[in-house]
Ligand binder design. Structure first.
Ligand SMILES: [Fe+2]
Ligand SMILES: [Fe+2]
Length: 163
């Protein structure tokens, strides 16, 4: 086992690992709250993708002996469960909106990880990180399209410009 001399990257991995759980939880609530059957199936698939990402990130962490952060695990479990529960009360639009926003952050996260690894001369995670980033992009586009179809263009604009 080799160690990783990049504190920022270590933190990013720990955070992504826990954030994937938050996302999975959130999508559970989201899938349960939508009525449309196709939407339900699509969101369940996205939840499955997030669990897979979590597995992949853990694989990388284990490779370098990076421990799971108990604090992130707790914090993101609370966030995920809160979003999940709120899906039942805030109606159709907001969960899609938050999901899209969450996803656009994830895309950058995996590309940033790849960059950090490359900075210290490690290239063996390139394809998996790229793949995960692209999968997040797919998720983001799915949710964006949903919002666009609902005709909420003005909100979509603020959505793409800032955090
Ligand atoms: Fe993910
Ligand atoms: Fe995602």
């Amino acid at each position: 086992m080799s160690t990783l001399a990049h504190p920022e990257l270590i933190r990013l991995l720990q955070k992504a690992y826990s954030a994937e759980k938050a996302a999975s939880y959130a999508y559970q609530g989201h899938a349960a709250s939508v009525k449309n059957k196709e939407e339900k199936i699509a969101i369940r698939q996205i939840e499955e993708d997030e669990w897979n990402h979590r597995k992949e990130v853990l694989h990388i962490m284990n490779h370098y002996g990076i421990p799971v952060s108990k604090w992130y695990e707790f914090r993101f479990a609370v966030i995920g469960k809160t979003i999940s529960a709120s899906c039942y009360v805030i109606g159709w639009f907001m969960p899609f909106f938050f999901a899209g926003k969450l996803e656009s952050g994830n895309v950058c996260e995996y590309f940033r990880m790849k960059q950090f690894f490359n900075q210290i001369g490690i290239r063996n995670w390139d394809s998996i990180l790229y793949e995960m980033g692209m999968k997040e992009k797919e998720h983001e586009i799915y949710f964006r399209d949903k919002i666009k179809k609902a005709g909420c263009c003005h909100i979509l604009k603020s959505f793409s410009t800032g955090d």
